[in-house]
Ligand binder design. Structure first.
Ligand code: TXA
Ligand code: MG
Length: 300
């Protein structure tokens, strides 16, 4: 594993959020491979993954907000946008030639073992073709890339099931991509109110582009009536064992629902459905992240 990554190869690796497509963040060859395999525009920067604070310190300009959030949530499902140090060895392509860098400290035991062992950080976007939904089991990664990648490490189902929260800390803190670590908890730690990202027009994070996280078939959100042919995604157990109905959580737990979202999209697609309907999901707690993803999926 470390030899493959060291020499500019790529590998599908598990994290607690979703599976990633990893490459050595110092080497142009690995980064080019990642962009090519994903079919990702080079203007969309990658997240750099580290074992710990000390490792990341080589590449980032520290700030107090980062230190506080790191202490509370890392390793864990949160990504920080920070200013990049001028003498950082990270290949410029990783950050799409920006002077900022996205850093994350993943929690999954397997990726931590690898990060501890190697002497370079890993650039790692989600291991899916651009605009598809992220993979949550090793087999999903194989289905995305087939024999185009030689190495996929099976670390079981990604517990969280959706991508990390992305927070911009380069000026006043702002969430660019909602996740399981939600706004309220971050506000409590930082003791301040976060800016509302929906109020800014410029796309700061290319992952905020509209069409993203698409299961490949049309998705309709805020639905209350089954059209008799679509797959119908909902919360609860009202339609238990009924054909065409897929519950994200039997007891309407939003965290569980988030963890089942992409898995359910893939199951539905495999079953051959042509359309997906999704009932209204409460926009609180983890529901904010779910609504963000399904809204984008509905732009198909
Ligand atoms: O949970 C995760 O974050 C997963 C796992 C594998 O770690 N990774 C992931 O990576 O979701 P990706 O590439 O699919 O999404 C990274 C997001 C994109 O929306 C990208 O535009 C944004 O982070 N991003 C990366 N660098 C940035 C930067 N310098 N400024 C603003 N946004 C950035
Ligand atoms: Mg992605």
């Amino acid at each position: 594993m470390s030899i493959v990554l060291n020499k500019g190869g790529v590998a599908g690796l598990p994290t607690e959020t979703v599976y990633g497509l990893a490459g050595n963040a110092y080497i142009k060859k690995s980064i080019e491979k990642i962009f090519k395999l994903k079919g990702r525009p080079k203007s969309n920067p990658l997240i750099v993954h580290y074992y710990n604070f000390e490792d990341a310190a080589k590449d980032i300009v520290m700030n107090q907000h980062f230190i506080k959030l790191y202490k509370n949530f890392c390793p864990g499902p949160i990504t920080f946008i920070l200013k990049k140090k001028i003498n950082s060895k990270i290949h410029p392509l990783v950050c799409a030639n920006l002077n900022t860098i996205a850093v994350r400290f993943p929690k999954h035991r397997f990726i931590r073992t690898i990060l501890k062992k190697i002497s370079f950080p890993l650039a790692m976007p989600s291991a899916n073709k651009s605009s598809n939904v992220s993979p949550v089991i090793a087999k999903d990664v194989f289905e995305e890339f087939k024999n185009q990648i030689k190495l996929i490490l099976d670390g079981g189902k990604s517990k969280i099931g959706i991508e990390s929260t992305v927070i911009d800390l380069t000026s006043s803190p702002k969430i660019l991509r909602p996740g399981i670590i939600e706004k309220k908890i971050i506000e409590k730690v930082l003791k301040l109110k976060l800016r509302d990202s929906s109020k800014t027009k410029i796309i700061r994070s290319p992952g905020m582009m509209k069409k993203h996280y698409s299961p490949g078939i049309p998705v309709k959100i805020n639905q209350d009536k089954h059209d008799e042919k679509s797959a119908f995604i909902y919360l609860g157990n009202k339609y238990k064992n009924k054909r065409d109905f897929f519950s994200l959580s039997n007891n309407s737990n939003l965290r569980e629902a988030a963890s089942n979202l992409y898995k359910t999209f893939r199951i539905i697609k495999k079953k051959g459905y042509k359309k997906i309907q999704i009932s209204k999901i409460p926009n609180l707690g983890c529901g904010v992240a779910i609504n963000d993803r399904i809204k984008r999926a509905s732009k198909f």
